[in-house]
Design a protein around this ligand. Structure first.
Ligand SMILES: [Zn+2]
Ligand SMILES: [Zn+2]
Length: 876
């Protein structure tokens, strides 16, 4: 038949071709149009070297839904894709590959190494691009960016220079989080915490006794500290004390500092400023010298005598043995604490002193009326004042807390791959010039003309912090930047609220004096069936691409969106995705069924209000308007799961179960049938773009569904009174059907019905035919009022009374015999069950669950007998 679309929907067969068609049509690329409002999302850039994982998949699904809806709403809709160079992760990966060939980056040298990285990135970038396409993402590939492309590099250098000139960026010797394996600094929030069982060592410390978990750092001690109010140590404060040590005596100063907890250990702590953040700050406050003893590879330095060259773990063992010999170890206790580890490789962090570049987060620099604000204050303000909205709101508190406790941000990284710091040093003296290119001027101090560039690169988050505006062409004043910035929504996982979202807010408000986005939408993390985090090591991960191959993209998208609420983790497993594949098939089948009722001529019909005829038409159109209103509301509030479910419910329980069934034969109205079908395909399109586009194809429309207009709520298509009547009929038919089932009436058998319709009599009379048809009735009597009809099943819907004479439905005599037999059987069973449950032997020996189960059975059987007796009485 001409109108029949294929029997089964095979996602694999259609998806790639549909995506190509969309891309080719130019639908992904918006035009700058001052008459339209822009809607913009900057896609969180996946690592250029990565493969698509579930975190990306959920991000792409949610963003594509928002993007498609806004595109259909008529906004100038832009979704900018891109990839992140992810310096540490990428460099590690290439280093691993080189190691397999027996090479390392030092052997290759910086230039050759970076060439290797470039090749590797170019290759894997294509992988991730294709995978983003596989998800159906309708992003604008003509505007694709890469955090390390020329334009973005320019933006990074420009911001660095501005911040330097504003005195926000400084170089200093400070304590940093150091990963001895990555041989690089880490920002505070790149440090993970792992609970670990360790030991607490109580040691003799000159005249004192104190507890420490890191005895090896004793070699770097320059002070001891006590609480200012601690009476035990009052006389010592300010004194210098000689402490006997394993490599000879050394001197410490006793200082009083609020940071000391008088209840921890003996209330006195040793201070190692070079290898502890707390101690570093104490040293700064009291002007205590700093002595480094651990190097960047995590080994003891030359100044550690016989311990020099040992790892910290080796040194701890050796130094404890030596202290024990000298009688310095008093006792050893078990001790649980949170160990800081590198978030990339899990190696314990070694705090150490290093010369690094920092951003001062507290310096007042942003003009605000007469006052100046720090970049930190500004970032707090834009969220507090509601310029940026965070969804769900619970994350606001966490955001403020993080920013309020933010320390200067260490932005230099000791790796080669990334944005090289645009700072040049004079070869002869320490003069510094900040410049994008090699300086051509002579050094002011020594007249030398030779310069060398800082060997470090910038923290990846420095460049991704500029993502919303650097991708639009900044520092150039582009038309894109003017029209599309600030962007509309930043959608990402809550796990990178600080890493990234907060930094974008800081960097953008400082650089542009604009917010980067109006709304932050945070999705939850995906967990396995049992709520466990997915990871390679536990082997419980799901590969989204494998699932797409198996079940199709639409099913995968739904499984990531339905049932998920912003900011809450969700569970995902293969059966769930398979379930959504069935959902997709149902959509396909319902459209197929609808289209079987429509001719090619019908498809040319242009719907207008005059074509509305039957009660069923009016009802389905009213329901459709309700659906449009609800969907708009759900979208506005980011309730995507609710939106999807409501549309599905409409298609299934309203359109297919009722409307199509009611509008057969004379009642058929192809204009309305098609109009409603098209409308819900549009509403559904953002969620399941492929299957809806494929169905749309068979409607002979000129435009593709992706470029169609979003259905608009139309008050003139709301028929409240008719819809109410229809509701009554639905309930009526539903009740008749369930009674037929309850009484086991053969499915083909026609029965009689009498309705006392009250104020609805007239409308019900008009729908007589439909009621007869859907209720499988032989005859139908409709009266306004009347006496109760005996020997019948009665039910009431509002003031509408319905009676079904029993004699028509069943052979009373036969039925009474059957019921009597069933009651007898059941009563006998109940008797035996009761005697079992009264048997003391049984009660004593049977497991508790068995007794419980038998009790439950007894109650159930008794209630069944009650029901049968009721039925028996009604038939007598
Ligand atoms: Zn590391
Ligand atoms: Zn110089």
């Amino acid at each position: 038949m001409k109108n029949e679309i294929e029997k089964a929907y095979e996602a694999k067969k259609y998806e790639d071709a549909i995506y190509k068609k969309w891309e080719k049509s130019g639908a992904f690329t918006p035009k700058i149009d001052k008459k339209k409002s822009p809607f913009v999302i900057s896609m969180p850039p996946p690592n250029a070297t990565g493969v698509l994982h579930l975190g990306h998949a959920v991000m792409l699904a949610i963003e594509d839904i928002l993007i498609r809806q806004h595109r259909m709403l008529g906004d100038s809709t832009l979704w900018i894709p891109g990839t992140d160079h992810a310096s540490i992760a990428t460099q590690n990966k290439v280093e691993q590959l080189l190691a397999q060939k027996g090479l390392d980056r030092h052997k290759l040298g910086r230039e050759k190494f970076l060439e290797e990285v470039k090749k590797f990135v170019a290759n894997s970038q294509n992988t991730i691009r294709n995978q983003i396409r596989k998800m159906g993402s309708s992003c604008d590939w003509t505007r694709e960016r890469y955090t390390l492309d020329a334009g973005l590099t320019d933006a990074v250098q420009e911001v660095f220079i501005r911040m330097y000139e504003d005195g926000l960026i400084y170089r200093g010797n400070r304590i940093v989080n150091w990963c001895p394996r990555c041989e690089s600094t880490l920002a505070d929030d790149e440090v993970d915490y792992k609970e670990k069982n360790e030991k607490l060592y109580w040691i003799k410390y000159g005249p004192f006794s104190l507890a420490t978990s890191r005895p090896e750092t004793k070699l770097g001690d320059t002070a001891v500290a006590v609480h200012p109010k601690d009476k035990r140590y009052k006389k010592w404060i300010g004194k210098k004390v000689i402490i006997p040590g394993v490599i000879g005596d050394f001197e410490v100063t006793v200082v009083a500092d609020e940071a000391v907890d008088p209840k921890f250990g003996t209330g006195i702590i040793k201070v190692t400023p070079a290898h502890s953040f707390v101690d570093f700050e104490i040293a700064q406050r009291h002007n205590i010298p700093i002595k480094s003893v651990i190097d960047q590879k995590g080994r003891m330095m030359k100044n550690c005598g016989k311990y020099a060259g040992m790892t910290t773990a080796e040194c701890r063992k050796a130094i404890l043995a030596d202290m024990d010999k000298m009688g310095m170890v008093e006792k050893i206790e078990d001790y649980t604490h949170n160990l800081s580890v590198c978030y990339r490789c899990g190696t314990p962090i070694e705090p150490l002193i290093s010369k690094q570049w920092f951003i001062d987060v507290d310096k007042p620099v942003i003009k605000d009326g007469k006052k100046k604000k720090s970049i930190k204050e500004k970032a707090i303000e834009v969220v507090r004042e509601g310029e940026i909205k965070i969804v769900p709101g619970k994350f606001k508190k966490i955001y403020f807390h993080w920013l309020e406790n933010l320390h200067d941000w260490c932005i230099s990284r000791q790796i080669w791959f990334g944005h090289r710091i645009p700072v040049w040093y004079c070869d002869d003296c320490e003069e510094v010039i900040v410049s994008k290119t090699r300086p051509v001027t002579a050094c002011k101090k020594c007249k030398n003309t030779k310069w060398h560039q800082d060997s470090d690169t910038l923290d990846t988050w420095f460049s991704t912090g500029l993502w919303t505006f650097s991708t639009l062409g900044w520092p150039k004043k582009t038309a894109d930047l003017e029209y599309f910035h600030p962007t509309s929504v930043m959608e990402t996982g809550y796990d990178i609220l600080f890493f990234w979202v907060a930094r974008m807010i800081i960097m953008t408000t400082y650089t542009l004096g604009q917010i980067p986005f109006k709304t932050v939408y945070l999705h939850g993390l995906i967990r396995d069936k049992f709520g466990k985090k997915m990871s390679k090591s536990s082997g419980n991960g799901i590969d989204p691409l494998e699932m797409i191959e198996k079940f199709g993209t639409d099913a995968v998208r739904l499984s990531l969106v339905i049932g998920s609420t912003p900011g809450n983790d969700m569970r995902l497993y293969e059966e769930k995705i398979a379930g959504y594949r069935n959902f997709i098939n149902k959509i396909w089948n319902s459209a197929r069924f609808a289209l079987m009722n429509v001719s090619e001529e019908d498809k040319k019909l242009n719907f207008d209000k005059d074509m509305v005829k039957t009660l069923a038409d009016k009802w389905i159109l009213t329901e459709l308007q309700k659906l449009i209103k609800d969907t708009d509301n759900n979208f506005k509030n980011f309730r995507l799961s609710d939106a999807g479910l409501k549309i599905y419910d409409f298609i299934w329980s309203k359109y297919c179960d009722w409307y199509l069934e009611m509008s057969k034969g004379e009642q058929k109205n192809p204009a309305v049938l098609l109009f409603v079908l098209k409308s819900f395909l549009k509403l559904l399109h953002p969620f399941v773009p492929f299957v809806t586009e494929k169905i749309w194809e068979s409607l002979n429309e000129k435009t593709m569904l992706i470029s169609e207009e979003w259905p608009e709520y139309d008050k003139s298509l709301v028929f409240t009174k008719d819809a109410d009547t229809m509701e009554i009929i639905h309930q009526l038919i539903g009740k008749i059907r369930s009674l037929r089932a309850e009484l086991k009436v053969e499915s083909g058998k026609k029965i009689h019905a009498i309705i006392h319709g009250g104020k609805h009599t007239e409308e019900l009379e008009k729908q007589r035919e439909i009621i007869i048809k859907l209720g499988s009735l032989e005859s139908l009597e409709i009266k306004k009022h009347g006496p109760k009809i005996p020997d019948s099943k009665a039910f009431f819907i509002g003031e509408v009374e319905t009676y079904l004479p029993l004699k028509d439905m069943i052979d009373t005599g036969k039925e009474l015999v059957r019921i009597k037999k069933e009651i007898d059987q059941k009563e006998q069973f109940i008797k035996s069950l009761e005697s079992k449950l009264n048997n003391k032997g049984f009660l004593a020996n049977a497991p508790k669950e068995v007794v419980q189960k038998e009790n439950a059975r007894l109650i159930e059987e008794k209630s069944n007998v009650e029901k049968l007796k009721e039925l028996q009485n009604s038939l007598k």
